[in-house]
Design a protein around this ligand. Sequence first.
Ligand code: IPD
Ligand code: CA
Ligand code: CA
Length: 270
Amino acid sequence: MTSTRGGLGDELVDIATRLAREAGDMALAGRKRGLNEVSTKTSRTDMVTEYDKASESLIFAGLRTLRPLDSIVGEEGASHVGSNDITWFIDPIDGTSNFLYDIPMWAVSIGARENGEAIAGAVYIAAAGEMFAATRGGGARLNDSPIGCNLDARLDTALIATGFSYAPESRPVQARRVANMIGHIRDIRRFGAAAVDMCYVACGRLDGYFEENLHEWDIAAGDLIAREAGCLTGDFRGGPIRPVETMTASPAIFEALGRLIVESTVADQQ
Ligand code: IPD
Ligand code: CA
Ligand code: CA
């Protein structure tokens, strides 16, 4: 894997961090003033606010100006088909339910891929003033200090985060899996922002995280940040990470956590 230090990766991460900070601070200031436009998307609990849209517009405009040849995919519909190998994935507010309830656990997530391979990413938790960022081969940082995952984690004392799908029919299955797992680990967290969960594993605030049915914009930045911090990422059975099946963990528990997730699911179906 080639390091991108001093090259394209650094240019892209500078842009990602700048735009994530600008969009996150704008949304935070707006949330303090109050929300006026709140509506639903894929289900009665999948929400969008005026700040999801405003954040995406700000980032989209910035990318179009600074990187006019790149492609862009945004959760709220921003889309541009470019003419080079770079594609940006924007989650303008990851953790919209938290944002709606004024719980500070939400972030702006911006990830860039080159020919499908992650090259730069930024996740900005505006309410905490925390900027997670990484470039391919250049390591991961929190507010400019290098971060690393918990290398000495053990499954039976692991703190694991997960999430539950917006699709009502998937949620009982996912909850029963967690019920089957919880006696075998330290505890479960459900923070409500996938990108934050991945960054928390990256900096050792969690030992692992798994979730199903995400989208590319949820994981594009967080996956790179986690891997650059020494985490392993993949699906539950040792395959490559996919939005439909995402796991991020310390290498010390990665395989065992995958086995536990699979066994807990099977146990529920018997
Ligand atoms: C959601 C959050 C949540 C996860 C959902 C995501 P959104 O993103 O990351 O933690 O459980 O699956 O869709 O909708 O707030 O951008
Ligand atoms: Ca999201
Ligand atoms: Ca979102």
